[in-house]
Every structure is written in C-alpha cells, then in structure tokens.
Write a protein that binds this ligand. Sequence first.
Ligand code: ZN
Ligand code: ZN
Length: 484
Amino acid sequence: MRRSHPLASALLAGACALAVATAASAQSAETVRTAEVLRDAALRDNVALDYVTQVTTRFGARPAGSPAEQAAAAWSAEYLKSIGFQNVRIQEFPLVGWERGEDSAALLGHNPQSLVVAALGHSIPTPAGGVEGEVVRFTTLEALQAAPDGSLRGKIAYVDAGQLIPMQDGSGYGPLTRIRGAGPAEAARKGALAFVMRSVGSDMHRMPHTGTTRYVDGKVPLPGFALSGPDASQLSRLMDISEREGGPAPRLRLTSTARIYETRSQNVIADLPGRTRPQEVIVLGSHLDSWDLGTGAIDDAAGGAITIAAAKAIMQHGAPARTIRVILFGAEEVDQPNNTGNGGGAYLRSLSAEELANHVFTGESDFGADRVYALGLPVGAQRSDFARAAARVLYPIGVLPSADPETSGGADIGPIVQAGVPVFRLNQDGTRYFDLHHTADDTLDKIDPAQMSQNVAAWTALIWLAADSDVDFRAMRPAAPAGR
Ligand code: ZN
Ligand code: ZN
C-alpha cells in the first residue's frame, strides 16, 4: 500500500483556500489564492531560460574577479533594469583573483601516460618544467595528517578517498571537500612537493572537478591538483600493482602556470520595492561567478535565473507589501585570503543595524536547476500558519515540507543568516549535480527547462506568500535557554 504524506493529505482533505486563510492570520485568503495563480503562471515562465542562456553564452566562464565576471555583472545590471527592477546597483569589493594558466599531469617511466588533471583554485604554480616525484597514496585526509613530518620529502602526496556517491540532498560532498581544502597544507607539512587528489565528483568522465583550496599565511602552500575520476582510478590501479609486486611506486610530473592577482569583484543588487512596507526586505540570493572550466550554467547562472524570474513573475502581478531584493553575489567560489565572506560579507557590511533587522527572510538558489522537492523553513516556523499555507501552495508542484528547519542557507547569504536573518531553503534534487559541478561539462545544455520552471514556480509562490504578509519569523524562534 502506498502511504501518502500525512501533512499533505490532511491539507488536501481538510482545507479549502478560505479555511487555510482563516488559520493563517499572516496570509490572507487573497494572498494564498494569488500565490496559486502566480505559481501556475510561473510554470510557463521564460525569463529564467532567457537569462541563463544569455549570461552563459555572452560571457562563458566567469571566474571571481575576472574581466568576464565584471562584464557579466555590468550586463546583468542592465538586464535587470530593462525588465523593470528598481534601485539596480553594483557593490564592489577588493579580491585576490586566480588564473589557471596551463596545467598537466604525466606518469613517468617505461610506459609514460598523460593524465587529465586540473589545478585546484588558488593553487600556487609549479616551478617551470614542473615537479617530479614518487607518488605516496592515502585513502583519507586523516591518514595524510597521521604521516610523520618530513616523510613525504621529495614526493607527491595523493589522496584517493573514492568517488562521491550521488545523493538527492548532495550529502557526502562536504566531507570530501575537507580533503580539497586542507590537503595541500597537510602535504606541505609532511614535506611533499605537490598534492593531488581524486576529484570530488560522482561521474566517471575524464573531467576533473576544480574548486578552491585553503590559504595558509596568505597563500596556498603547495601546488594542488584534482585528477578526473577515470584518471584517479588508473593511478590507484598502478599503485595496487606496484604494492602487490613490490615494484617501484609510480612517478608523476605535474605542471601548473597558475597565478594570483589583485582585482575586484561585485554584487549586483536589484529591488522590487514593497507596496506598503518597503523597508522590510526579502533577499533572494545566487552567485554570478563560476569556475573557469565550464560556463557555470548549473553553478550558478541557474540560481540567478530562477530568482530573477520569480521576482519578475511577482512584478507582473504587482508589488507585494514588502520589498523583494535579488542579489547576484560576486566571488562565491573563493573566500581568500582573509575569509571576509566576499560578496555575502560585503553585502552584510553595507547594512546598518536597522536595515539588517528589517531583513525579514532570505534564501539562496545554488544547487543547479533540477526540481525542488522540499521546503525548509526557519527554526520555529515548522508548525506555523505560514508553513501550512506554503505546504498547500507547493504541494501541487511536488514540494513537501522538510522535517528539518533550515539554519544555514549557503555561502552567499551565510553572513546575513549568521547575523540573524531568518532563512529558508527550497531543496533541489542534487542527484546529478556533482557529475557536472566545477567541470568543463557545466554548460547550458545540462539545464532541463521544465525542471527549472518548476523551481521558478516554487520560488514565486513561496516568496509571494512571505512578501505579501506581515509574517515575523524572528518572533517564531524558540526562546534561548536562560543563563546562556
Ligand atoms: Zn555555487
Ligand atoms: Zn561552486
């Protein structure tokens, strides 16, 4: 027997729009009905596909602080003005940029082979001609950390922790990125010449996954690289053979001409001003920068497309009570060298205490464009009238209430969330996200327009409900325990 979701069936069995509205003091019956109309219209949206097509085609890859990111920001500001957004502005901040140059990896010896590799973001270059050394393999970051100091002198540290297992919620990515972040510094501490790892990805294509690694004392201490999945498997099989037969360990040559440079990045900010309480702001976040290998379609031009289209769909109907602010954040992919939060940090620092207190709700779209399946609301809001109204409006497009409250948001809105702004998450199906993420294969054709429109419908309906109401998520938070 198929069991339907208890909350959803209760809603469907018991509720007509009016009954929900009576229970939901913050959402009038009219607001709920309008959310349903906007949701259905947004399923036929074409703004999202237009924006994501244009920004990925006109500018291609948009590395943080690059001329392409700056030009994409200027163009996006004009685009937002042209479709009716107000107070469109560009907020600049300084940044240490990184440019890949050329990189390569080759197995040396009697049967030389070239391997497909990508330097990790902000990695330092190798000396001209590259570095060469015997490969020492680890299967966890902890094993590398446990190696004696100096034990990797003249060698190349290699961490193969296995492929990322695809999961709907993307869990599994976080633990593997610890290897990417901390690996080069650990390898340097043991005396290694360079650091190489299996890409953090779930695909088996010869597409390395880049991503940022961590600075120590103002720079990444070693050249760091990611091998594509098949190339990591190849190297690991060779390690197995040499261990089994007692032969010499494989030797690698790695080259990189990467460089860092002083530059600037920027946030693009655009408002749909509120009709009656314009000082109260709902921030819809995404990021405009991308890694350099692909054109950053799923990461994260799609997020900009979804949030712009949702706000535009609401604009078509007429402004809600509160202001809806779309922010295309700059330089999300890197946070170096000062960990100032880049775009998200720059935005937070631009707000007065009063403005911050008037940021009533925020969410971020940074997980591709596949369908939304669950809504996470701020702590304390799970059983609220708002949650019931949202569940009713989102159920017909396949979105259920999440059992867990949302607490983090993501890297872009993280700084304002940590400063107290209530956060939601429309959870997207991430099953195929890490096949493409940070690779040359992150291109426009990977976006399914029908699934992206479902995202726009979910954002439009949810944001309308919050924006055309006086719901106060801060007031729903459970009181902190006394005496800290
Ligand atoms: Zn992203
Ligand atoms: Zn990313």
